[in-house]
Design a protein around this ligand. Structure first.
Ligand SMILES: [Zn+2]
Length: 505
């Protein structure tokens, strides 16, 4: 039996790089009247937790599929990160050496829909029969993509309006799209180069609100407003780093050479904001290195001595933690190590994150060596989850949504299970920013996002529009709840890969 539907159409607007606190602060000041109205009359949460790492791809990817990375060949999304090395075991046929995917390159972005793989589905692929529309949305598998006339926030939303006015422009059955996803990238650009507190960034959010107001007008004029849900979300929040540092010379001094996928040469590939994602050569570039290989790494520089890479990376300025996987991990069961230092003695400590199961059935537990790095023990809600028992993502969400490192015990294994993930993650927690990618320091702007701190992990979550949508204030939710919630409004069931759950359940 099909579920009852409350609306016939949904429009999801993803505004890149908006911290929940900043958006609702502007709402409170009356600067975003249209978004305020949608939120007031429908569902809203000022505490929606995104994925870790808090970086555009994967966070944006995960919103559109309602799921996370995972053991990619079997389940989850094939996009674990903005930058990844395409490692597979056994090595993929026909490829001489693994590729490097760079989410900053236009030609690479065109590969995103195939990178996703067959084990997860976009909201379009999950929504049954109908017309599906993407306005600049990069994860558009299953929909018709319209490019904006200009790459402005207004133009991207105007494109959606035009199709509602005249659907036969692109849909021969003349029906308006059942699901629309519009992606607004300009806010992210302004956040990195100017900052979240800059007038131009705030002005862009106000432009976005005006464009949403215009879209609502069109929906009313064309008679679709009552039957359309509008979802508003962001992929991640942000932070301002205390220091910016050029790390390139340090890697050169250590003799570490950039991996070149055309030649198969080199020692490492890394992308570093405040969080560093390090890939090193294993027995070859198709294989991840073992723990021993990382401890006794031989660089390709002539006459090089063995490097202990853990010690090498601990000398990077501001490093506060390091994650790496155990050699014996399987997709169903495994251990991720969290190395950090005792605040008083400086002694190195090794905490353990253990996982079992996958997808919606993944459970994890956190076993600190002494005092827990995440300081979960200091908060009543989270302290009782340091109980040696395994917990689901929604249990972690309930326990940690108010504090730094929300749901991180669940998220780190989901990242590391993917063979396309890196070997070692480092983080300075926003103290130092490096702007280093694939052998070059590219950016010196201190504004960024990637860390597990609350300010980078919390986004707005709003669903409104149609008066059929119940009025609901959620104390917390997660970004992967958006797709199953919108599908529930449409009376459709999510794909089995979806980890989020409908907020209407
Ligand atoms: Zn982003």
């Amino acid at each position: 039996m099909p579920q009852r539907s409350l609306v016939d159409q949904v429009i999801l607007i993803l505004i890149d790089d908006v911290r929940a606190f900043h958006l609702f602060d502007l709402v409170g000041k009356g600067k975003l009247p249209n978004i305020a109205q949608i939120a007031e009359k429908g569902v809203s949460s000022q505490n929606c937790i995104t994925s870790y790492p808090s970086i555009t791809y994967p966070c944006y990817t995960n919103v559109v599929i309602g799921s996370y990375s995972g053991y990619y060949p079997i389940e989850g999304s094939g996009i674990p990160m903005y930058h990844w090395v395409g490692r597979t075991d056994p090595p993929s046929e026909g490829k001489k050496f693994p590729i490097i995917r760079n989410g900053g390159k236009g030609s690479h972005i065109l590969k995103f829909n195939s990178d996703l793989g067959p084990n997860c589905q976009t909201i379009f692929e999950q929504a049954g029969k109908g017309n599906f529309l993407s306005s600049l949305n990069l994860f558009n598998r299953g929909s018709v993509l319209i490019p904006p006339i200009e790459y402005t926030t207004q133009s991207i939303l105007k494109g959606v309006e035009e199709i509602y006015k005249d659907p036969k422009k692109i849909f021969s059955n003349k029906e308006v799209p059942k699901v629309t996803v519009a992606y607004i990238p300009k806010t992210d650009d302004l956040m990195h180069h100017k900052g979240f507190d800059h007038p131009e960034y705030i002005a862009e959010l106000i432009k976005c609100d005006k464009a949403i107001g215009s879209l609502i007008e069109t929906l009313k004029n064309t008679g679709y407003f009552e039957s359309t849900a509008i979802g508003i979300i962001s992929d991640h929040g942000n932070y301002k780093a205390e220091n910016v540092y050029d790390i390139g010379p340090y890697f050169e001094e250590k003799g570490l050479k950039q991996y070149l996928p055309r030649k198969g040469t080199g020692d490492f590939d890394v992308s570093m904001g405040s969080v560093g994602f390090f890939n090193f050569r294993g027995k070859d570039w198709f294989h991840h290195p073992t723990f021993n290989q990382l401890e006794e790494f031989v660089t390709s520089s002539p006459g090089s001595k063995k490097l202990n890479l853990f010690e090498t990376l601990w000398k990077i300025p501001g490093v506060k933690l390091m994650y790496y996987r155990d050699d014996n991990n399987t997709p169903d069961k495994g251990v991720i190590y969290l190395e950090h230092r005792d605040e008083k003695t400086g002694k190195k400590l090794k905490d353990i994150i253990e996982y079992e199961g996958h997808g919606i059935n993944q459970k994890t537990r956190y076993l600190p060596e002494t005092e827990d790095f995440y300081k979960y023990s200091e908060h009543e809600e989270s302290a009782c989850f340091l109980d040696n028992r395994f917990h689901t993502i929604d249990e972690w969400l309930k326990a940690t949504n108010q504090i730094d490192f929300p749901i991180i015990v669940d998220q780190v294994p989901r990242y590391f299970k993917n063979p396309r993930s890196c070997d070692i993650i480092t983080s300075t927690l926003g103290e130092y920013f490096f702007g280093y990618e694939h052998g070059k320091t590219l950016s010196s702007d201190p504004y960024s996002h990637d860390v597990g701190l609350k300010k980078s992990m919390t986004v707005p979550f709003i669903i409104g529009g149609s008066p059929n949508i119940p009025k609901l204030k959620l104390f917390y939710c997660k970004t992967t709840d958006m797709v199953p919630s919108l599908l529930s409004l449409l009376g459709e069931k999510p794909h089995y890969s979806v980890v989020g759950k409908s907020v209407f359940d």
